[in-house]
Design a binder for this molecule. Structure first.
Ligand code: FES
Ligand code: FES
Length: 195
Protein backbone atom coordinates (compact mmCIF):
# COMPACT_ATOMS: atom_id res chain seq x y z
CA UNK A 1 0.00 0.00 0.00
CA UNK A 2 1.25 3.46 -0.90
CA UNK A 3 1.85 5.75 2.08
CA UNK A 4 -0.08 9.01 2.22
CA UNK A 5 2.09 12.14 2.43
CA UNK A 6 0.86 12.80 5.96
CA UNK A 7 2.09 9.39 7.13
CA UNK A 8 5.54 10.10 5.66
CA UNK A 9 5.92 13.39 7.46
CA UNK A 10 4.81 12.03 10.83
CA UNK A 11 7.32 9.17 10.44
CA UNK A 12 10.14 11.69 9.79
CA UNK A 13 9.42 13.63 12.97
CA UNK A 14 9.66 10.41 15.04
CA UNK A 15 13.05 9.69 13.53
CA UNK A 16 15.18 12.76 14.29
CA UNK A 17 18.05 13.68 12.04
CA UNK A 18 21.62 12.93 13.05
CA UNK A 19 22.17 16.63 13.74
CA UNK A 20 19.24 16.67 16.21
CA UNK A 21 20.47 13.51 17.91
CA UNK A 22 23.95 14.97 18.40
CA UNK A 23 22.55 18.28 19.67
CA UNK A 24 20.33 16.52 22.19
CA UNK A 25 23.15 14.32 23.48
CA UNK A 26 21.12 11.17 22.71
CA UNK A 27 23.28 8.10 22.76
CA UNK A 28 25.85 9.61 25.10
CA UNK A 29 25.96 7.66 28.38
CA UNK A 30 24.79 9.97 31.16
CA UNK A 31 27.98 9.49 33.23
CA UNK A 32 30.09 10.56 30.25
CA UNK A 33 27.83 13.51 29.46
CA UNK A 34 27.94 14.67 33.09
CA UNK A 35 31.74 14.47 33.11
CA UNK A 36 31.95 16.43 29.84
CA UNK A 37 29.99 19.34 31.29
CA UNK A 38 32.19 21.61 33.40
CA UNK A 39 30.98 22.39 36.90
CA UNK A 40 31.14 25.91 38.26
CA UNK A 41 34.40 25.12 39.99
CA UNK A 42 35.94 24.04 36.67
CA UNK A 43 35.27 27.41 35.07
CA UNK A 44 38.06 29.91 34.60
CA UNK A 45 37.78 33.67 34.81
CA UNK A 46 38.94 35.51 31.72
CA UNK A 47 39.14 39.23 31.32
CA UNK A 48 39.97 40.72 27.95
CA UNK A 49 39.34 43.71 25.73
CA UNK A 50 37.63 43.01 22.43
CA UNK A 51 37.35 45.89 19.95
CA UNK A 52 37.99 48.34 22.79
CA UNK A 53 35.22 46.89 24.97
CA UNK A 54 36.19 45.20 28.23
CA UNK A 55 34.68 41.76 28.97
CA UNK A 56 34.98 39.58 32.09
CA UNK A 57 33.62 36.06 31.73
CA UNK A 58 33.62 32.68 33.45
CA UNK A 59 34.41 30.09 30.79
CA UNK A 60 34.85 26.39 30.30
CA UNK A 61 38.66 26.29 29.99
CA UNK A 62 38.28 24.40 26.70
CA UNK A 63 36.54 27.37 25.04
CA UNK A 64 38.49 28.47 21.99
CA UNK A 65 38.99 32.14 21.31
CA UNK A 66 36.85 31.69 18.19
CA UNK A 67 33.93 30.27 20.19
CA UNK A 68 34.32 32.99 22.80
CA UNK A 69 33.91 35.61 20.08
CA UNK A 70 31.06 33.95 18.21
CA UNK A 71 29.11 32.13 20.91
CA UNK A 72 29.66 34.32 23.98
CA UNK A 73 30.08 37.81 22.54
CA UNK A 74 27.93 37.45 19.39
CA UNK A 75 30.78 38.73 17.22
CA UNK A 76 29.98 36.49 14.29
CA UNK A 77 32.06 38.40 11.74
CA UNK A 78 34.92 36.03 12.52
CA UNK A 79 34.16 32.81 10.65
CA UNK A 80 34.58 29.15 11.49
CA UNK A 81 35.81 27.33 8.40
CA UNK A 82 37.85 24.22 9.06
CA UNK A 83 38.14 24.61 12.88
CA UNK A 84 41.58 22.97 12.48
CA UNK A 85 43.96 25.82 11.73
CA UNK A 86 44.04 25.21 7.99
CA UNK A 87 41.90 27.87 6.32
CA UNK A 88 42.47 31.19 8.12
CA UNK A 89 38.76 32.11 8.15
CA UNK A 90 39.00 32.63 11.92
CA UNK A 91 41.95 35.05 11.83
CA UNK A 92 41.84 37.83 14.43
CA UNK A 93 44.45 40.16 15.90
CA UNK A 94 45.73 39.58 19.43
CA UNK A 95 47.77 42.53 20.66
CA UNK A 96 48.20 43.42 16.97
CA UNK A 97 49.46 39.97 15.94
CA UNK A 98 47.38 37.78 13.61
CA UNK A 99 46.41 34.35 14.86
CA UNK A 100 43.98 31.54 14.04
CA UNK A 101 41.42 31.90 16.81
CA UNK A 102 40.13 28.32 16.36
CA UNK A 103 43.46 26.90 17.45
CA UNK A 104 43.82 28.65 20.74
CA UNK A 105 42.05 28.73 24.09
CA UNK A 106 40.45 31.99 25.22
CA UNK A 107 41.84 31.48 28.72
CA UNK A 108 45.35 31.99 27.31
CA UNK A 109 44.55 35.61 26.51
CA UNK A 110 43.58 37.01 29.88
CA UNK A 111 44.39 40.74 29.71
CA UNK A 112 44.88 40.78 25.93
CA UNK A 113 43.55 43.24 23.36
CA UNK A 114 41.62 41.41 20.64
CA UNK A 115 40.59 43.02 17.37
CA UNK A 116 38.07 41.40 15.06
CA UNK A 117 36.66 42.53 11.73
CA UNK A 118 33.94 44.41 13.65
CA UNK A 119 36.60 46.55 15.33
CA UNK A 120 38.53 47.79 12.30
CA UNK A 121 36.38 50.72 11.19
CA UNK A 122 36.95 54.03 12.98
CA UNK A 123 34.27 56.70 13.50
CA UNK A 124 32.17 55.29 10.69
CA UNK A 125 35.09 55.17 8.23
CA UNK A 126 36.19 51.80 6.88
CA UNK A 127 39.73 50.61 7.53
CA UNK A 128 41.85 51.23 4.39
CA UNK A 129 42.02 47.47 3.82
CA UNK A 130 38.24 47.12 4.02
CA UNK A 131 37.91 49.91 1.47
CA UNK A 132 40.60 48.35 -0.74
CA UNK A 133 38.80 44.97 -0.73
CA UNK A 134 35.66 46.77 -1.96
CA UNK A 135 37.58 48.82 -4.53
CA UNK A 136 39.20 45.69 -5.98
CA UNK A 137 36.16 43.40 -5.68
CA UNK A 138 38.39 41.10 -3.65
CA UNK A 139 35.68 38.63 -2.62
CA UNK A 140 32.88 36.58 -4.03
CA UNK A 141 30.91 34.72 -1.34
CA UNK A 142 32.69 36.74 1.35
CA UNK A 143 33.10 33.88 3.82
CA UNK A 144 36.89 34.12 3.95
CA UNK A 145 36.92 37.93 3.80
CA UNK A 146 36.95 38.87 7.52
CA UNK A 147 39.90 36.51 8.01
CA UNK A 148 41.64 37.80 4.88
CA UNK A 149 41.30 41.41 6.00
CA UNK A 150 42.41 40.78 9.60
CA UNK A 151 45.33 38.76 8.30
CA UNK A 152 46.25 41.56 5.89
CA UNK A 153 46.13 44.09 8.76
CA UNK A 154 48.61 41.88 10.61
CA UNK A 155 50.71 41.50 7.47
CA UNK A 156 51.02 45.26 7.04
CA UNK A 157 51.99 45.67 10.70
CA UNK A 158 54.71 43.03 10.27
CA UNK A 159 56.20 45.04 7.40
CA UNK A 160 57.77 41.96 5.82
CA UNK A 161 55.88 41.88 2.50
CA UNK A 162 57.26 44.19 -0.18
CA UNK A 163 56.27 42.47 -3.41
CA UNK A 164 53.20 40.68 -4.77
CA UNK A 165 55.00 37.35 -4.38
CA UNK A 166 55.77 38.10 -0.75
CA UNK A 167 52.14 39.08 -0.14
CA UNK A 168 51.02 35.80 -1.69
CA UNK A 169 53.48 33.83 0.42
CA UNK A 170 52.69 35.57 3.70
CA UNK A 171 48.92 35.39 3.09
CA UNK A 172 49.07 31.71 2.13
CA UNK A 173 47.46 30.68 5.42
CA UNK A 174 44.23 32.31 4.30
CA UNK A 175 42.36 30.14 1.84
CA UNK A 176 39.76 31.59 -0.55
CA UNK A 177 37.60 28.87 -2.02
CA UNK A 178 36.18 31.36 -4.52
CA UNK A 179 39.68 31.98 -5.85
CA UNK A 180 39.70 35.75 -5.43
CA UNK A 181 43.46 35.72 -4.85
CA UNK A 182 44.45 38.09 -7.66
CA UNK A 183 42.08 40.77 -6.39
CA UNK A 184 43.04 40.17 -2.75
CA UNK A 185 46.70 40.81 -3.58
CA UNK A 186 45.72 43.95 -5.54
CA UNK A 187 43.69 45.20 -2.57
CA UNK A 188 46.58 44.65 -0.18
CA UNK A 189 48.92 46.45 -2.57
CA UNK A 190 46.53 49.39 -2.62
CA UNK A 191 46.54 49.52 1.18
CA UNK A 192 50.36 49.39 1.08
CA UNK A 193 50.34 52.38 -1.26
CA UNK A 194 51.62 50.37 -4.19
CA UNK A 195 48.76 51.12 -6.55
S1 FES B 1 38.55 27.95 11.13
FE1 FES B 1 40.45 28.45 12.03
S2 FES B 1 41.91 28.04 10.49
FE2 FES B 1 40.02 27.35 9.64
S1 FES C 1 35.32 35.01 -1.26
FE1 FES C 1 34.40 33.05 -1.10
S2 FES C 1 35.88 31.90 0.02
FE2 FES C 1 36.88 33.78 -0.40
Amino acid sequence: MTKKPSEKSSGASKDPTRRRKVASGAGVPSAVAAKARPTTSDMVSVSLVVNNVHHSLALDPRTTLLDLLREHLDLTGTKKGCDQGQCGACTVLVDGRRINSCLTFAAMYDGAQITTIEGLARNGALHPLQQAFIDHDAFQCGYCTPGQICSAVGLLAEGRAKTADEIRELMSGNICRCGAYTNIVAAIQQAMGQS
